[in-house]
Ligand binder design. Structure first.
Ligand SMILES: [Zn+2]
Length: 315
């Protein structure tokens, strides 16, 4: 019986077009919470991993609607990769509890919280923890992957964890991570050069989504349309913000495509600013399918944002 099965397998194999072997089965099944982590795991894991992303690219990562497929995907995972820093604290913990998969529980080797694992220095850590105001950045700002240097840190830490879980492919994980790091190191000076006209100038964003990108390229954040992360803007906050924008000549507003249009458009229109809609996560917009393309998309959009190039128009 065994011989018959073996013979059947061999016949099926040689009968494949061109006599090639069937696609190798990936060694690790990785589930990631958001697509920025997904592109990094794909870059480091290559064909040795399969990647499933839970949140849709355009979804607010703080408030992801859990779908029935999530539990099934988490149950089968060898590794769960989350941003950490409380980004997913509103929706992920009950799913991990209910997935009945000991491999991906916090503290297990199959659980990777990027902020901690990569030693990311979070900005805006609150002095005192006060959730009564609805602040959803209680551990500090968790949107750190738009800083390419943080992407590098996470890629290296991911390579270490994948190597630990799959020792046979350890060298391939490290090689791919170093390849990504070299590309970032090569592109970073060029990105900085293209964004040099914006250095020291101020912009307004809807949420504190882009602070790490702005800091990496020395662009100032005047303020956010939200008075605090996760808190809807009041009329008085908007009036005060627009007055400051006019005084300071702030001519650019940046918001993710899913932020409320009316308030973003009003702030831009009443201050003579341009509203740029840029994605927080890769994959939702064409041409942002990998990490380098995603950063390039941002640099390209900002480098051609007209008001920022009008001499004297922006401080
Ligand atoms: Zn946030």
């Amino acid at each position: 019986m065994k011989k018959t099965l073996l013979l059947g397998f061999l016949l099926a194999w040689v009968a494949l077009p061109g006599g090639v072997a069937p696609d190798a089965v990936a060694a690790l099944n990785v589930v990631v919470t958001t697509s920025d982590l997904g592109v990094l795991v794909r870059a480091v894991g290559g064909a040795d991993v399969t990647v499933t992303t839970l949140a849709r690219a355009g979804e607010d990562p703080h408030f992801v609607d859990a779908r029935p497929s999530f539990l099934r995907q988490l149950r089968r995972a060898d590794l769960l990769v989350e941003g950490g820093a409380e980004l997913e604290s509103g929706w992920l913990p009950p799913l991990v509890n209910n997935a009945r998969n000991a491999k991906i529980r916090p503290g297990a080797s199959g659980h990777f919280a990027a902020a901690t694992a990569a030693g990311i220095a979070l900005c805006d850590k609150p002095q005192t923890l006060d959730r009564s105001h609805g602040d959803i950045h209680a551990a500090g700002n968790p949107h750190f992957l738009l800083d390419p240097e943080n992407g590098v840190r996470v890629a290296r830490a991911l390579a270490g964890r994948l190597a630990q879980l799959d020792t046979a492919n350890a060298e391939a994980y490290r090689r791919r991570a170093e390849g990504l790091c070299e590309t970032v190191a090569r592109r970073f000076p060029e990105w900085r050069r293209r964004l040099a006209p914006l250095r020291g100038r101020s912009v307004v964003t809807y949420h504190h989504s882009f602070d790490y990108f702005l800091t990496a390229f020395e662009i100032k954040l005047e303020d956010t349309i939200e008075p605090k992360p996760g808190v809807e803007p009041s009329a008085s906050h908007i009036v005060s913000l627009m007055a400051r924008m006019k005084r300071g000549g702030v001519r650019l507003v940046i918001a993710e495509p899913n932020r409320p249009s009316r308030v973003c458009e009003r702030v831009a229109a009443e201050t003579g600013a341009v509203l740029l809609r840029l994605p927080l996560m890769p994959g939702g917009v064409e041409g942002t399918e990998d990490y380098i393309a995603f950063i390039e998309h941002w640099v390209s959009a900002l480098a051609t944002a007209t008001p920022l190039h009008q001499t004297g128009a922006v401080r």
